[in-house]
Design a protein around this ligand. Structure first.
Ligand SMILES: Cc1cc2nc3c(=O)[nH]c(=O)nc-3n(C[C@H](O)[C@H](O)[C@H](O)COP(=O)(O)O)c2cc1C
Length: 158
């Protein structure tokens, strides 16, 4: 598999990414500012954190594959849009101006600079009781916890 060199501390938090699950005609995408890149069970891994109330969450649950896509800075406005509108309320992808690219098992976007095609290998919803108290207060006092989805990166698409 082709490598992927990036500053993992900045790739999500500064540049953002899209996580997308589903297939042609039945997919959803959303912006993420948190994520992880590394290794799990000796496999290349990408981790994303999707809150239970996101429309994307159901797509992550029911599909075996997802993509994590990174974009050139020019698309930050589109990512902002996809991170502040829900696919429940209409065709936000069309409104964002991004162009879906249908892969065999997943969906990405023509404008992405890099896409990680991931096979879901682990899903776990955070236990708020096990989260540090200040984090629980800041993030989960009124909002549901995040579910972590860890995918094996099976292809790096450029
Ligand atoms: C910069 C940015 C980063 C975000 N990061 C996350 C994240 O890591 N996890 C998450 O659950 N939501 C995150 N969101 C919020 C979702 O993208 C947002 O709620 C989106 O509208 C959900 O869309 P959906 O309902 O179509 O799934 C982020 C939003 C923005 C703008």
């Amino acid at each position: 598999m082709e490598g992927f060199n990036v500053d993992a501390f900045k790739a999500f938090s500064d540049s953002w990414a899209l996580v997308t699950a589903g297939t042609e005609g039945d997919f959803n995408t959303m912006t993420i500012g948190w994520g992880g890149l590394g290794t799990l069970w000796s496999r290349p891994a990408a981790t994303v954190y999707v809150k239970k109330n996101r429309y994307t969450h159901g797509f992550m649950e029911k599909n075996d594959y997802f993509t994590v896509s990174f974009f050139p800075p020019a698309y930050k406005k589109a990512l902002g849009y996809l991170g502040s509108h829900s696919g429940r309320d209409g065709d936000k992808v069309a409104a964002s101006g991004l162009t879906p690219v249908y892969l065999d098992k997943a969906v990405t976007f023509a404008e992405a600079s890099v896409t990680l095609l991931c096979r879901k290998m682990y899903t776990h919803t955070m236990d708020v009781a096990a989260v540090p108290a200040d984090v629980a207060e800041a993030y989960y006092a009124t909002e549901p916890p995040h579910t972590m989805f860890v995918g094996e990166v099976i292809e790096v698409i450029r």
